[in-house]
Design a protein around this ligand. Structure first.
Ligand SMILES: Nc1ncnc2c1ncn2[C@@H]1O[C@H](COP(=O)(O)OP(=O)(O)OP(=O)(O)O)[C@@H](O)[C@H]1O
Ligand SMILES: [Mg+2]
Length: 369
């Protein structure tokens, strides 16, 4: 049985990534589970500064102590072998989940996306860019909430690696156009990768994937974004609009910050919630109406119900051109800043649906009697 750093017991293999193998382990000091990443020696050899980077960013993130970021617990060296010891997350990765399900319903995507945008907002504030956002680096806790991992892992210039014999570490699917061109990255590269991931979660496919990695990189730089609505006809226009703004090739025109992405996601969630609240209000107003003065027939009720939802859809054809005109998200009002838990939101949604059905039954009864 291997024990590293005098306290971490290395047990079974959890999986392999581009940087090394990850093992399930136990911190013998307090008997808690940990994940131990054994870095491939050649990764460290090729870029010795990566260790310093892990140490620095690991420390900063430890101080940040964000509930949606996997905690880095220790770095251990044993001869040539380097290990990263992390918090263990039990529910598998988003990659595994997508492999099983293909795509996810929007009710599941929005809370995950909101948590991730919050984690990245905080990291960006510490001037830490993730650089490798992809479903494999989003782990899921047992309650389904996400934990972002592998900050700063993709330090190695991937495009260099594509052109070199021996291939590339990891995938290019989430690289931003500026990353494909080998430019210096800033937090907007994370916004792009997050946009690709949202696209994938909702449609089941990555927007620019080609058979060859180089062809994928060229498509990222040159090809327009595939029509999201053709792939997902029920897509709410607000989320389509947000994804288009995250996947703006010119980063100067891309939505400006992860905080803005989070605010937009929150507004989409709130809007859904407030639509339901309005439906409930309408139901109670109808109950209070004089039975001799019905509220104006099915058409008026329909119109009122329609006005409780999201604003009318803009022409979807116009979405790509809107990218040139990015408007900052309106600041959330204090009442809107509280983010209800996923289960609360589901409960609200369910009660809304039940209420809507009841409203229709009452209307039919009013019309019949
Ligand atoms: N903290 C953790 N807790 C539980 N499982 C983990 C943890 N970190 C990684 N894993 C699992 O270990 C496996 C390998 O992870 P790793 O990060 O090495 O691979 P990757 O994300 O596919 O590639 P890379 O990050 O190198 O580009 C994955 O299946 C992942 O789910
Ligand atoms: Mg990883």
């Amino acid at each position: 049985m291997t024990i590293i750093g005098g306290r971490y017991q290395v047990n079974r293999l959890l999986g392999k990534g581009g940087m090394g193998e990850v093992y399930y382990g136990v911190d013998l000091q307090d008997n808690t589970p940990v994940a131990i990443k054994a870095l491939k020696p050649d990764v460290v050899e090729r870029d010795p500064s990566i260790l310093e980077r892990f140490r620095r960013e690991g420390q900063a993130l430890k101080e940040l102590d964000h509930p949606n970021i996997v905690k880095m617990l220790a770095m251990v060296q044993d001869g040539d072998q380097h290990y990263l010891v992390m918090e263990y997350v039990a529910g598998g990765s988003l990659y595994d989940l997508l492999k099983r399900t293909g795509r996810l319903p929007i009710e599941q995507v929005l809370p995950i996306a909101l948590d991730l945008s919050d984690a990245l907002t905080r990291a960006h504030r510490l001037e830490i860019i993730h650089r490798d956002i992809k479903p494999a680096n989003v782990l899921l806790a047992e309650d389904g909430t996400p934990r972002l991992t592998d900050f700063g892992a993709a330090h190695i210039q991937k495009l260099d690696a594509i052109t070199r014999e021996g291939g590339i570490i990891g995938t290019v699917s989430y690289l931003s156009p500026e990353a494909c061109r080998g430019e210096k990255l800033d937090p907007r590269a994370d916004i792009w990768a997050f946009g690709v991931m949202l696209f994938e979660m909702l449609t089941g496919r990555r927007p620019f994937d080609r058979r060859e990695k180089m062809a994928t990189a060229i498509a990222i730089i040159k090809e327009p974004l595939p029509d999201l609505v053709a792939l997902w006809p029920d897509a709410p226009p607000q989320i389509v609009d947000l994804i288009y703004r995250m996947l703006e090739k010119d980063r100067e025109r891309r939505i400006g910050s992860m905080r803005q992405v989070g605010a937009e996601l929150e507004a989409i969630i709130q809007r859904t919630g407030s639509g339901v609240k309005e439906a409930i209000d309408l139901f109670y107003r109808m109950l209070e109406e004089d039975r001799d003065k019905p509220i104006g027939g099915m058409k008026l009720v329909g119109a009122r119900l329609a006005s409780t939802g999201t604003p009318p859809a803009e022409s979807r054809q116009s979405l790509p051109t809107r990218q040139a005109n990015i408007q900052p998200a309106p600041p959330a009002s204090p009442a809107n800043t509280a983010s209800p838990s996923a289960s609360t939101r589901n409960l609200i949604l369910l009660s809304g649906i039940i209420t809507a059905v009841l409203v229709i039954v009452v209307i039919v009864l009013l019309l019949v009697l």
